[in-house]
Design a protein. Structure first.
Length: 256
């Protein structure tokens, strides 16, 4: 890596879904050179350890918890680039998916600061891997939608439910806490009650859990005590995960 002058460069880096060895080699290289790292709340300590010489600043946002205002984060990135050569904004999964990266990029551009994006493994792909289920299984699924039901303050209502209804496979981010509302909205949109659904919590981590059910029972998610990050996946491809979960239950029942 070339030695940079001040103002430095800001790297928007994907940390991957959680497991520290699901980060890219490029991300590790950038972290090793970092002077300062602004990171999300859920980044694994082993990933943070790659940034051995950097000052580490948590600006993490977790649904419903205290978070640093986005404009303040934007300003801190700009200020840091004026002081340091290598500034990292480390985000969970892929930095450009559901992470407000565009606002950070706009602020950097407005300040004339160079930036680069290092992609990461997004939660939907980690969940597919966790289940051993192809999101684009041949003959069953040709379209995949990554959606969120959340709308930020001041944003227009989005068409997430229409996108879910239209896609063969859908992965809903930031939705486990509103499972009942999501289920009601999708059923009102015409998505069949029996559509296979799986909630994958902590995909890629040792504490990963999965819960399978038909859409009609998605409201039960409130009973599962989900505290980690979780995606809701819907579609026929999910039936594979459902069968294996049922088989596992069956084996347990048979063994008991
Ligand atoms: N940029 C991230 C998403 C940020 S939004 C990415 O590309 O993955 C945060 C949401 O991501 C969480 O609410 C959850 O829906 C999902 N998520 C992140 N990590 C996850 C994991 N290990 N398992 C399941 N879902 C996860």
């Amino acid at each position: 890596m070339t030695i940079r002058q001040i103002p430095g460069k800001v790297y928007l880096v994907g940390a991957g879904p959680g497991a520290p060895d699901l980060i890219t080699l490029r991300a590790v290289e950038v972290l090793r050179h970092a002077d300062v790292v602004f990171h999300d709340a859920l980044v694994h300590p082993e990933v943070m350890a790659f940034a051995s010489r950097a000052e580490k600043i948590a600006v993490g946002k977790r649904c419903g918890r205290h978070s640093t205002a986005q404009q303040f984060i934007n300003k801190r990135l700009v200020d840091a680039a004026r002081k340091y050569r290598t500034v990292v904004r480390l985000k969970g999964g892929d930095p450009l998916l559901f992470g407000r990266a565009q606002e950070e990029i706009a602020a950097l551009q407005a300040a004339g600061i160079e930036y680069e994006v290092v992609p990461g493994v997004t939660a939907a792909l980690a969940a597919g891997a966790e289940l051993g289920v192809s999101l684009t299984q041949r003959g069953i699924a040709r379209t995949v939608a990554f959606v969120t039901a959340r709308t930020g303050a001041g944003e227009a209502q989005n068409n997430w439910a229409k996108s879910v209804a239209a896609a063969d496979t859908a992965v809903i981010y930031m939705g486990a806490g509103q499972a009942a509302e999501i289920a009601a909205t999708l059923i009102a949109e015409g998505v069949p009650h029996e559509t296979p659904v799986v909630i994958v919590e902590n995909a890629s981590l040792p504490e990963a859990r999965r819960f399978t059910m038909p859409l009609a029972e998605l409201a039960r998610a409130a009973e599962f005590g989900i505290t980690g990050p979780a995606v809701i996946m819907l579609g026929r491809v999910v039936a594979g995960a459902q069968t294996s979960a049922l088989e596992a239950d069956g084996r347990r029942a048979a063994a008991a």
